[in-house]
Design a protein around this ligand. Structure first.
Ligand code: MG
Length: 155
């Protein structure tokens, strides 16, 4: 890989109240609220995909995976990620900085599991994956959101 570095920012949110179990970075949160989503509603993966597309100037997740399309119904974040990688050309993740906003449950029990899972699925060392969890102090209680900053190195 070369010295061509690109930064990208991704953001996603999903509303509570649907029928999808809450999944963050591929890790199920069984005591979490259900979410409304066409795919699996994993805001961490969706924000990550948008961050990478942003860094590469390749549009956004909605262009790549149109929300109405039958074949993406219930699609797992990691599968969307893998399909995205086949369409955008080569890159290497230098580091990821993820923030999840969720009022309940507290994510302290899940943070390390999510980092380990992402590290394995993305092939990125855990030391290069930061995961911060915040509450919205009750201001944002009807959904879950995530923001991801990624630094990529291109060949
Ligand atoms: Mg989404």
């Amino acid at each position: 890989m070369g010295t061509d570095l690109r930064v990208g920012l991704g953001f996603d949110l999903h509303r509570f109240g649907g029928d999808r179990d809450l999944v963050l970075g591929g890790v199920p949160i069984p005591e979490g609220p259900k979410v409304v989503a066409h795919s699996d509603g994993d805001v961490v993966y969706h924000a990550l995909i948008d961050a990478i597309l942003g860094a590469l100037g390749k549009g956004d997740i909605g262009e790549l995976f149109p929300p109405g399309e039958k074949r993406y119904e219930g699609a797992r974040g990691v599968d969307l990620y893998r399909e995205m990688t086949t369409r955008v050309g080569e890159f290497e993740i230098v580091n990821l900085d993820i923030t999840v906003v969720l009022d309940s449950p507290k994510l302290s029990l899940y943070k390390s599991k999510i980092r380990t899972n992402l590290s394995r699925d993305l092939g990125v060392e855990e030391s290069r994956i930061s995961l911060k969890a915040k509450t919205s102090e009750g201001l944002f209680v009807s959904g879950v959101m995530a923001q991801v900053v990624v630094l990529l190195r291109l060949p």
